[in-house]
Design a protein. Structure first.
Length: 309
């Protein structure tokens, strides 16, 4: 039986956090679970309040909240990892976001995949649920589609902590601050860590059965948000490349894709009257522009604004 510490970073999403914790309370599992929540809002502390309320009512699992006053996603994740690894007997650390709900068999599916494939890191499927009616053009956009791979098994890399299980031994090996503080509000510190893990020889797997559902607010279903998300992903992907390869090697390897992004994105957008296709094609241009920004050291801090409740 594994001892799994489930870690959740939260900021200004008390309703989402309550939904996440409710789903964890309904887990059908043979493993030992503990829940850690890190609140990244020193002023309102809404996440702390949600945890305190649940704890006083007799939450199913041992649960604790900690405050991380300085804003930044990797700062919160590092605080969670440090607290989780300090728990006696912890074998794994799981992470999901405060706008996600886990399916009842989520944690066992993650642990079973880790055991079956001898994986140090396991990623899982993320379904999407809209919190309001959305336009048909937006519903077709790839960034709003479910994140699935079709089957479980070994994969080359897992790139997100939105639904992940990590072996405690692997995290220990990555040092006291495994998530990169330089990426405080840009995003991408999860992909940076997993790229480091891959280079260190750790193994990855995917669990199609370990499903969580992300609630998408209306503020994320706009052309502007979708385009800027593409820009941000391009930027942080290139930051990771630059950190590991240096600026010149990163530019040399990515230059053809950047050029293709600008060309296909601009010409493709002009060539269609379909709004959905136009936004999707422009997204290629924005992603290419983000890669240029990442190479140049220009940082777009997407996570200064919190979406959802």
């Amino acid at each position: 039986m594994a001892k799994i510490i489930v870690c959740i970073a939260t900021c200004n999403r008390p309703q989402g956090l309550a939904r996440t914790l409710e789903s964890l309370g309904a887990q059908q599992t043979q493993h030992s679970l503990e829940i850690l929540v890190a609140d990244n809002d020193a002023a309102r502390r809404e996440g702390m309040a949600v945890v305190e309320k649940l704890a006083t009512r007799g939450y199913r699992w041992p649960i604790e909240a900690l405050l991380v006053p300085e804003r930044g996603i990797p700062l919160v994740r590092n605080a969670l990892v440090a607290a989780a690894l300090a728990r006696p007997g912890a074998t794994h650390i799981a992470m999901l976001d405060d706008d996600e709900a886990a399916s009842p068999g989520w944690i066992d599916a993650m642990a079973d995949t880790a055991s079956r494939w001898q994986a140090d890191v396991v990623g899982g499927a993320v379904l999407r649920e809209m919190d309001s009616q959305i336009a048909s053009w937006a519903a077709r956009h790839p960034l709003l589609a479910a994140k699935q791979r079709g089957q479980s098994g070994p994969v080359a890399l897992v790139d997100s902590t939105a639904n992940v299980l990590m072996a405690a031994t692997a995290l220990h090996a990555m040092g006291p601050r495994p998530f990169d503080d330089r990426m405080a509000l840009t995003g991408g510190s999860d992909k940076q860590l997993f790229t480091r893990m891959k280079r260190a020889g750790f193994r990855f797997a995917w669990s199609e059965e370990a499903v969580v559902t992300e609630l998408i607010p209306a503020s994320r279903v706009t052309a502007k948000w979708l385009l800027m998300r593409g820009y941000r992903v391009g930027m942080t992907d290139m930051m990771v490349e630059r950190f590991h390869k240096g600026r010149l090697r990163a530019l040399t390897s990515e230059a053809p894709r950047i050029a293709a992004g600008f060309l296909v994105g601009s010409l493709g957008a002009i060539a269609t009257f379909d709004r959905g296709k136009r936004v999707e094609r422009l997204g290629k241009l924005y992603r290419a522009a983000g890669k240029v920004a990442g190479l140049a050291g220009i940082h777009y801090e997407e996570y200064r604004k919190v979406h959802g409740a």
